[in-house]
Design a protein around this ligand. Sequence first.
Ligand code: ADP
Ligand code: MG
Length: 354
Amino acid sequence: MIAFSHVVKTYDNGTTAVADLSFVAPTGKITVLVGPSGCGKTTTLRMVNRLIEQTSGDILLGGENNAQTDTIRMRRKIGYVIQNAGLFPHQTVLDNVCAVPFLNKSDRAQSRARARDLLELVGIDRDYASRYPWQLSGGQQQRVGVARALAADPPYMLMDEPFSAVDPIVRKQLQGEFLRIQADLAKTIVMVTHDIDEALKLGDQIIVLKEGGILAQIGSPAEILANPADQFVADFLGESRGYHALNFEGIADLQPQRTPVFRLGDEVGIAAGEWAVAADAAGRPLGWVRASGSSEPLAEHAVTFSQAVSASAGNRRELLDASLASPSGLAIVVDATGAYAGTLAAHAVAGRAS
Ligand code: ADP
Ligand code: MG
């Protein structure tokens, strides 16, 4: 874990960037520091690996006070990812990933083999290993930056706006891949973002900072959404707070409607104009079909494909999205085995178990 105890940073010009900050970033979890520009996020992060020296207070890594630890040894335990990846322009992708292992005088062949595995893990094609950073897209460079930070297999990762410089679609992909990798690796991560959506999506724990590096709130995404500490946090969460909170509420308590279901090849035996659920031969729902009144067997081309929501694993936000995107206005619900369980309307998300 990483622990901050009454940490203050006042720059030489008198700016207090961080004021009396105490928190614990738990082992194997993602802690996200979020807040508007200038609230001290980068300063906080860079004090962990001593790129910036705190004015007062203590920072402990795994119980060791990092002011009393050899800085080089301490930094070996920390992977550092920055915005725009910060790759070395005159080194190949592979050598960029190997930078820290080479500095540590690790075996070169082993380091290269591991670097290739890491590039694969972050979704970079093997052919790119011998290219130079400028030959890669922004999203690819950012992936290489993550691979480089992981190369020495550090227990800690510091990430400063790692996904901010890429377009929204690539950003969503990178976020998803990052969560998938973290599920395997379970690093102790402190990440900085100014984007509350990103914080809510990635954080196990969120620390909201306000100007002057003042701690506004610390808690899980669900806790912060349910109970903003003050007006600043409520404003920062914005108007979509209720919508985000739906991510953390399951749907197992809702009773699906029994909308008729027909399998491919069956006759859609309901009144013309009515919507029914279309399913494959095994009974797994595919989407929606609108009855035409003819007795033609149900064909795949007549199906409007729709994502189903899991009654056991799904949440109210998925249900709302699925129902709003559905041609019938209803979300298809499946059980844990993927079998059809019924449908739910958007307004069902407002329902509560009694
Ligand atoms: P954030 O990452 O949240 O945008 P920073 O940690 O970069 O915020 O900066 C926090 C505050 O400290 C800002 O007011 C910024 O202008 C100031 N600051 C950052 N670096 C320095 C510095 N080297 N000297 C003086 N002031 C600085
Ligand atoms: Mg910053």
